[in-house]
Write a protein that binds this ligand. Structure first.
Ligand SMILES: *[C@@H]1O[C@H](CO)[C@@H](O)[C@H](O)[C@H]1NC(C)=O
Ligand SMILES: *[C@@H]1O[C@H](CO)[C@@H](O)[C@H](O)[C@H]1NC(C)=O
Ligand SMILES: *[C@@H]1O[C@H](CO)[C@@H](O)[C@H](O)[C@H]1NC(C)=O
Ligand SMILES: *[C@@H]1O[C@H](CO)[C@@H](O)[C@H](O)[C@H]1NC(C)=O
Ligand SMILES: *[C@@H]1O[C@H](CO)[C@@H](O)[C@H](O)[C@H]1NC(C)=O
Ligand SMILES: CC(=O)N[C@H]1CO[C@H](CO)[C@@H](O)[C@@H]1O
Length: 398
């Protein structure tokens, strides 16, 4: 029988205690104290270590605590070779040379945030199907190798933004996102690129979704948006959600300068506002064939010649439709107008200020961008503030 000496016991228990500690590393040696931990329930912070090249936790199988690695200018590699489960959080901020994150065994991942990792080229999470919070922002990820989200099926929050080399985002197995989903400013090389494509073949339900700077979009399976859905500053010609039935709050389509067709053929209800504004080439809005109820305001600005909502029978929050076109005929919307409640019900053609703009300079512009951020709050008050700002509504009120 092996005799365990008291001093060895002390050593073991000291090592185990480390695995639950709060460790703020001021040198590589501090990180090495965790080398034997198979479970880590404490918090490890590795920040501002200028000579550090690599972080490795070779024995770690289960993370229940937090790991934060930030602002280490020479860090190139993070190795978590045996990590299988992380129910804690991993945050990697501002490690400008970090190029490789190795976690090949990872199956359960709760929260991972990577912000400002311009040298990061590949990160595979090939076995991660479900994630609470996933954010990758300002990374060097491109489409030459594995992208992290290839196996994702369910998520609470996903944010993919400011990844300038990323031209295509495909998450083929993603079925549900129950919190926020933001995809913005990917594939924009110093303002020159057009954006990124987004293909979500299996996505059926989503909560709060913000999509910006897209070049192509596929949402063939989407049936319900429980909160808001917004398309801003995309390069899409077509916004098409073939089987989407309902949007719980606001549907917003603003500043898409190539957009000429909006198609929501199955949509029957919008639980908040419908906002369509500043889409330069959009002259006809006829893609809401089945829309019946709009619980918020129906707010449209543009150079529309034709607008039709054949089935709309209830607009609870009022209506304000302003077109700069002289071909626009408000009498085609008389049924919609009759169904609109609220203090303000307005439809006008030849309103100069409704014309979409391509510049950022003048005062109308500032008001409109302010307005689109107001819209995201989705409160009735803010919506009306928007409407008033946009149109000097009082003067049109009937
Ligand atoms: C990023 O890291 C550098 C050092 O690598 C540091 O000087 C800078 O302040 C950090 N920036 C932020 C926003 O933390
Ligand atoms: C998408 O859903 C279909 C039908 O449920 C399924 O057969 C297919 O495997 C899913 N695709 C992926 C990539 O998970
Ligand atoms: C939806 O997301 C936007 C942008 O991230 C945020 O400002 C807004 O508060 C969210 N709304 C809800 C209801 O969560
Ligand atoms: C708009 O796109 C939908 C879906 O692709 C298509 O069915 C419809 O014909 C298009 N409308 C116009 C006016 O091009
Ligand atoms: C209108 O949209 C264009 C892009 O089409 C954009 O450049 C401009 O800033 C937008 N104006 C406002 C006020 O948002
Ligand atoms: C698709 C459609 O309805 N187009 C009409 C738009 O409005 C112009 C002018 O009123 C008509 O000529 C088009 O037929």
């Amino acid at each position: 029988m092996t005799r365990i000496t008291p001093s060895l016991l002390l050593l073991i228990s000291a090592a185990l205690a480390m695995c639950g500690n709060q460790v703020v590393a001021s040198s590589e040696a501090d990180i090495a104290t965790l080398a034997a931990c198979s479970t880590f329930s404490g918090s490890l912070t590795v920040q501002g270590l200028t000579s550090l090249n690599a972080v490795s936790l070779p024995a770690l199988q289960s993370l229940t605590g937090t790991i934060k690695i930030a602002s280490n200018p020479h860090l190139t590699t993070l190795s978590l070779d045996n990590l299988q489960s992380s129910t804690g959080t991993i945050t990697l901020y501002n490690n400008t040379l970090l190029s490789s994150i190795n976690a090949p065994q990872l199956k359960t991942l709760s929260s991972l945030e990577i912000v400002t990792a311009p040298s990061l080229r590949q990160l595979s999470l090939a076995n991660v199907q479900s994630i609470n919070s996933f954010k990758v922002e300002d990374s060097g990820l491109d489409n030459s190798g594995f992208v992290p989200w290839s196996a994702f099926q369910k998520a609470v929050d996903i944010g993919i933004s400011n990844n300038k080399f990323l031209k295509a985002i495909e998450i083929p197995g993603l079925d549900t996102v129950s919190g926020r989903f933001i995809v913005a400013a990917n594939g924009l090389m110093e303002g020159k690129g057009e954006g990124a494509s987004l293909h979500l073949q299996n996505l059926t339900t989503i909560s709060n979704c913000t999509l910006r700077h897209l070049t192509d979009l596929q949402l063939p399976s989407l049936t319900a948006v429980s909160s808001s859905l917004s398309f801003d500053e995309t390069n899409l010609q077509l916004i098409h959600a073939p089987i989407l039935k309902s949007v719980g709050q606001t549907l917003s389509i603003v500043s898409n300068n190539k957009l000429n067709n909006i198609s929501f053929p199955a949509l029957t209800s919008i639980g908040g506002a419908l906002l369509i504004a500043n889409n330069t080439l959009l002259t006809s809005v006829a893609g809401f064939e089945k829309l019946k109820d709009i619980s918020g305001v129906l707010n449209m600005r543009g150079d529309f010649a034709n607008v039709s909502f054949p089935e709309v029978s209830s607009v609870q929050g009022g209506m304000s439709i302003l077109s700069s076109s002289k071909d626009f005929d408000c009498s085609t919307l008389s049924k919609v107008k009759a169904s609109a409640r609220g203090k303000t019900v307005v439809c006008q053609a030849q309103v100069k200020s409704a014309k979409p703009t391509n510049s950022n300079g003048d005062g109308d512009d500032a008001m409109l961008s302010g307005a689109s951020s107001l819209m995201s709050t989705t409160t009735q008050g803010a919506v009306w503030a928007t409407v008033a700002l946009l149109s000097g509504l009082a003067s049109y009120a009937l």
